[in-house]
Design a protein around this ligand. Structure first.
Ligand SMILES: [Zn+2]
Ligand SMILES: [Zn+2]
Length: 268
């Protein structure tokens, strides 16, 4: 199984175009929140309609996992907490969204919403407890905010992560957490696209402008995660301890360069 992971596309349509173009090379495509851009001149409803079209196109090409980010909230839920109705409405048998899980081969994906208050946060806890009892060989969470006090949530002067995610990771020990949210973490001194909390690998793709977006390719068979960005490409082997500095990716796996495959390498 091969996954493409992006996040924080923030209504950058050339980045959605790129994801759509390469999607069929992957068994699963994950877009880890902040689909919309609150700072855009385009109103939020129009943005969500356009992104819905991309989601519909993507599900024809692969299995899609989308979670909400803080830019995506559009509806008032219980007790005044905001939810992301337009993304929930995009759910189908090919699109897994907030609050759902997906089993692909022996990997269980748990997709968490952005939490805006105690009700949504408690729901995430309950979701993780429920999924912890399910049969799987590997457990992956998709959660827009990265864990706090980690290089993947470092903003250059302080951490911007989710402090409440740390005890959940320590309790349930998922294999992988894919996040986004703190755009500059991978590009700033003291930050990174990858970290470990106990045995759990945590990732933040980071945000860059233009296509392709910064992205991670997770190859389950090879147990590797490759990161592609304008600042260079790096990789980690998930069956080895994390080393810093993280190793540069000098040679691409054969399947990424094979003829007929879309070019998912990012900048040369
Ligand atoms: Zn963002
Ligand atoms: Zn965010």
């Amino acid at each position: 199984m091969r996954c493409l992971v992006v996040g924080d596309l923030h209504y950058a349509l050339q980045q959605y175009d790129w994801v759509t173009e390469v999607a069929s090379a992957f068994d699963v495509v994950i877009i880890a929140g902040d689909h919309l851009d609150l700072g855009s001149l385009v109103d939020r409803r129009t943005q969500s309609l356009v992104i819905r079209k991309y989601i519909d196109r993507l599900q024809d090409r692969t299995r899609l996992i989308v979670c909400s980010g803080n830019h995506d909230l559009d509806a008032d839920g219980s007790a005044g907490e905001r939810t992301t109705k337009w993304l929930l409405n995009a759910r189908s048998d090919r699109v897994t969204s907030d609050g759902d899980s997906l089993l692909v081969e022996d990997t269980l994906f748990t997709v968490c919403p952005w939490w805006d208050g105690p009700i949504a946060r408690d729901a995430i806890e309950a979701q993780l407890v429920a999924d912890s009892t399910r049969q799987r060989r590997r457990w992956i969470w998709v959660h827009h905010a990265p864990p706090d006090r980690s290089p993947v949530s470092w903003g250059g002067s302080r951490y911007f992560g989710d402090a409440e995610l740390i005890p959940l990771i320590e309790m349930h020990r998922p294999d992988i957490v894919f996040s986004g949210h703190v755009h500059q973490s991978p590009f700033t001194d003291g930050g990174s696209w990858v970290d470990r909390i106990g045995q759990t690998w945590v990732f933040n793709t980071g945000h860059q402008f233009g296509a392709p977006p910064a992205h991670i390719v997770f190859d389950a068979e090879q147990d590797t995660a490759l990161w592609f960005s304008a600042a260079g490409n790096q990789f980690v082997r998930l069956d080895e301890p994390l080393q810093r500095p993280v190793r540069r990716l000098d040679e691409l796996p054969e399947w990424l360069t094979a003829e007929g495959r879309p070019d998912v390498r990012g900048q040369a």
